[in-house]
Ligand binder design. Structure first.
Ligand code: PEP
Length: 260
């Protein structure tokens, strides 16, 4: 039997959710996905929640008895010191985070995160043994000119050295076409599959062995109504979910859909 990467359903809460919302979300999730809160049960899909920084300790406590991973949405490029407002990878490790998103298009476009900066953040995460979830994906203009695959693989190539420093089973790649994020307009499943297959081939050609262990996620307006069409694609190993991850019942449905 051949085994591929372990599937992952990841929630990116962005700057949403408050203390009470976190508690309510987890209480509801306990009812909806009791097996994720049973440590004796091996879930078939990994589940991850990336809350805003201030709620990471609270979520860590709420998830203490759960097989649900905890992650952050960004990290400092520095290892600590006089960097007002930054949160270091060592702090995330101290809070027992397992994963951290880097290179999300909102960070690239709103906060001008460059490939150089993302590379530094990846190195900080490796140093602290956190798993980077690297987001890549093209704009609508790039897709319309037929350059989507070249552009997206170019984003990986720009970070090849740093990605190669991650252990093969300690990296996640999320394909998120910009025009599908938070817009309600999701990519055609066949187009998402084509891109994720191209990413898998890139891994095989550039970081041999990683193609077998690195989960490749699709992200962009994933919801219970469209998720199954992605989850049945050969090269899509799960989803990075924004809007639909804010409601426990929608998020639980996504996790259940992957298990089917
Ligand atoms: C995201 O922010 O990574 C995302 C995919 O958001 P949404 O699901 O809301 O499109």
């Amino acid at each position: 039997m051949t085994t591929g990467p372990t599937p992952l359903i990841a929630a990116n809460w962005k700057s949403n959710q408050y203390w009470e919302g976190c508690v309510e979300f987890i209480n509801e999730l306990k009812e909806l996905l009791p097996e994720q809160f049973d440590l004796g049960h091996e879930p078939p899909v990994d589940v991850l929640i990336c809350p805003p920084f201030p709620y990471i300790p609270l979520m860590g406590m709420l998830l203490e008895e759960a097989t649900i991973y905890l992650g952050a949405q960004d990290v400092s490029r520095f290892d600590g010191g006089a960097y007002t407002g930054d949160v270091s990878a060592a702090m995330l490790a101290d809070l027992e985070c397992d994963y951290c998103i880097v290179g999300h298009s909102e960070r690239r476009n709103v906060f001008s995160d460059t490939d150089e900066l993302i590379a530094q953040k990846i190195l900080q995460l490796i140093e602290q043994e956190l798993v980077p979830i690297l987001c890549v994906g093209e704009s609508l203009e790039t897709r319309d000119t037929g350059q989507a695959v070249d552009f997206t693989l170019g984003q990986l190539s720009a970070l090849k050295t740093e990605l190669g420093r991650c252990e093969a089973d300690r990296l996640v790649i999320a394909y998120e076409p910009l025009w599908a994020i938070g817009t309600g307009r999701n990519a055609e499943p066949a187009d998402a599959q084509e891109m994720c297959a191209a990413i898998r081939d890139w891994l095989r050609d550039n970081l041999r062995g990683y193609e077998k262990t690195v989960p490749i996620l699709y992200g962009g307006s994933v919801k219970p109504e469209n998720a199954a069409a992605y989850f049945c694609q050969t090269d899509i190993d799960g989803a990075l979910v924004g809007g639909a991850s804010l409601k426990a019942n929608l998020f639980a449905q996504l996790v259940r859909l992957y298990k089917v």
